[in-house]
Design a protein around this ligand. Structure first.
Ligand code: HEC
Ligand code: HEC
Ligand code: HEC
Ligand code: HEC
Ligand code: HEC
Length: 447
């Protein structure tokens, strides 16, 4: 049953409630301005939604502001820029990575003193942010329009998937938006704020994929994979996505499916730095069920090897998101009968860097004149995009230096890591540990 005493403790008592009601009338007259005190901490939501809270805690959403890879990379990219458009882009990160702060006035830009970020805004993409979203005004660069309540004493409406919820603490309303990819897509499509270059296109990739089917039975939204995952159940396009029966709070009635809130992608290292090792493991499970490999040796006498990578599990390209940073590549090894290596490509050197000849699936940005840039702030064009689209395959022809001898073994692995070591090595300060390398798929064949 609902524990009224606990609720009183949460809300801080009725007298404060009266003050807040008064404040609410004041706020209502100054429309559009949303104040930081209107947001309720995830800790309060955890009082009743404890399981959902534990899933979200140390997820990449909860860490969007604190993530050391993001923080250090973004500060590094901001340095030394003089072009106005480039500066504008480099300052814009907080809009998605610190959304509660950005919406309520601080920080407004990356070069603000981020140590002054209000505590609640350091908690990244949080419960009350997503569940106060009413509509979307544009489908990129975070176009969510919010209608939060007035803090804990007047929590207002929390929008969600149920049309019959009657919570005691807050009001509840069914929201179609929350059941659709668009609530995710408005942040998961990123455009350069000055040059319009498509920097991240996860939503567009999904929208143009077979997963965005007109047939409701065939359609799989972002939530349909990512909010069905739980430990041991990766819930990808190539694995079952069973429902997760349970209750939304510690005392509510059971429902056929409770959407999980782990929000796991490919990041197997950052959650572990915040006690989220289990999420690192879930990222590995997701990556291992995303793609398959096959080898065609019919042209081996011509010193050629055809390798096909198929995207069987992701609802978007592999890799997606920051496709200029993520590295998905082929490691190819040919061994003779005595296990001596005759040919190898896609191997890291002693500095954990990949050789130039490696086949890497990624996007490359250009400066507008055809030269590669690694700073997204300078991205005026997409020079190259050879990522593997949803439910599609890519065949790469590898030129071998020699014809492998009879009975040689060909071993091909598809590997993933979050970022090139070359970029991490550029960042001043304490050196980054090499990021984990996850084997997404492996195939071997004897000639
Ligand atoms: C990135 C946005 C986002 C964040 C952050 C988020 N949620 Fe959700 N939540 C959703 C969406 C979307 C759904 C519904 C999915 C659907 O219907 O397809 C949902 C569903 C729910 C539900 C309905 C029960 C269920 O899980 O199916 C509850 C309750 C809920 N969320 C509470 C929370 C709490 C508490 C937190 C913080 C600990 C939180 N949410 C964080 C987006 C979010
Ligand atoms: C005092 C307990 C309590 C607290 C605290 C609480 N909730 Fe709830 N919430 C509930 C109950 C009960 C339900 C209804 C569950 C059901 O019907 O299965 C619910 C339902 C929801 C839903 C689903 C609404 C719908 O119509 O789909 C969302 C979203 C939600 N809560 C978000 C939040 C967020 C965000 C917070 C923190 C700001 C929060 N809740 C704090 C008790 C609480
Ligand atoms: C307010 C903007 C915003 C919304 C809304 C949002 N996301 Fe995210 N999401 C982010 C940001 C920013 C990150 C990256 C944080 C980081 O890596 O530092 C992220 C990370 C993720 C990751 C982890 C990626 C990885 O590399 O492991 C997944 C998965 C994800 N989001 C899925 C979703 C889904 C599904 C939804 C909709 C239910 C959604 N997101 C809604 C901004 C958002
Ligand atoms: C059919 C299942 C499926 C659907 C639908 C799906 N994803 Fe994914 N997602 C995956 C798999 C599998 C991975 C791991 C492979 C990868 O990184 O591409 C993944 C990875 C991710 C990542 C991490 C990317 C990286 O490489 O760092 C993000 C972010 C993400 N998804 C967001 C989304 C969003 C947003 C949507 C909806 C627009 C969505 N996903 C729809 C299966 C799905
Ligand atoms: C419109 C929303 C949005 C904006 C603005 C944005 N990001 Fe992100 N960022 C995301 C999403 C979504 C992800 C997750 C994608 C993925 O996992 O590949 C992400 C992930 C990242 C990551 C990967 C973190 C990791 O741990 O691997 C870095 C680095 C990053 N962003 C840097 C930046 C920088 C620098 C800026 C500003 C110049 C910026 N972002 C602006 C949405 C945004």
């Amino acid at each position: 049953m609902f524990n009224y005493k606990r609720w009183l403790k949460i809300s801080g008592g009725l007298s404060a409630g009266v003050v807040m009601l008064f404040a609410a009338t004041l706020f209502a007259s100054s429309e559009d301005v949303i104040h930081i005190d209107q947001f309720i901490s995830p800790d309060t939501c955890s009082g009743c939604h404890s399981e959902i809270f534990e899933q979200w805690e140390n997820s990449m959403h909860s860490l969007a502001h604190k993530d050391p890879v993001y923080s250090r990379v973004s500060q590094f990219l901001r340095k030394g820029l003089i072009n106005e458009g480039e500066i504008k882009e480099a300052e814009s990160c907080v809009k998605c990575h610190t959304p509660v702060g950005y919406l309520t006035g601080f920080p407004q830009k990356l070069s603000d003193d981020l140590s002054k970020t209000p505590e609640i805004a350091t908690q990244g993409i949080q419960c009350d942010y997503c569940h106060s979203a009413e509509t979307v005004k544009q489908m990129y660069n975070n176009g969510l329009v919010l209608k939060p309540g007035q803090g804990e004493d007047e929590p207002g409406i929390k929008y969600g998937p149920f049309d019959d919820a009657e919570p005691d603490f807050h009001e509840a309303e069914y929201s179609k938006l929350h059941t659709e990819s668009e609530i995710c897509g408005t942040c998961h499509d990123v455009k350069h704020v000055a040059f319009g270059t498509d920097l991240e296109t996860t939503y567009t990739e999904w929208k143009n994929s077979p997963y965005n089917s007109k047939d409701p039975q065939q359609k799989i939204t972002c939530q349909g994979c990512h909010m069905y995952q739980r430990p041991g159940i990766p819930a990808t396009g190539s694995t079952p996505r069973p429902e997760n029966p349970g209750a939304a709070t510690d005392y509510s009635d059971e429902r056929p499916h409770i959407f999980t809130h782990y929000f796991v992608g490919g990041n197997a290292s950052v959650p572990g730095q915040f006690d989220g090792e289990a999420k690192g493991q879930m990222a590995i499970e997701r990556l291992k069920n995303a793609a398959t490999l096959s080898v065609d040796t019919s042209l081996i006498q011509q010193k050629k090897l055809n390798i096909t990578v198929s995207n069987t599990g992701a609802g978007h390209s592999i890799p997606t998101g920051v496709g200029d940073l993520r590295q998905v590549w082929l490691e190819i090894t040919i061994q003779d009968k005595a296990n001596k290596i005759n040919f190898q490509t896609g191997v890291l050197n002693h500095r954990h860097e990949l050789s130039k000849d490696a086949v890497i699936f990624r996007t490359i940005f250009g400066d507008g004149k055809g030269n590669e840039v690694i700073n997204i702030a300078k991205a005026r064009q997409v020079l190259k995009d050879n990522r593997i689209k949803a439910k599609q395959s890519v065949t790469e022809t590898i030129d071998l230096s020699v014809v492998p001898e009879k009975d040689a073994m060909i071993i091909v692995r598809l590997l993933y890591r979050g970022m090139p070591q070359k970029i991490l090595n550029l960042i001043p300060g304490k050196p980054f540990e090499p990021l984990p390398i996850v084997e997404m798929a492996k195939v071997q064949k004897r000639i």
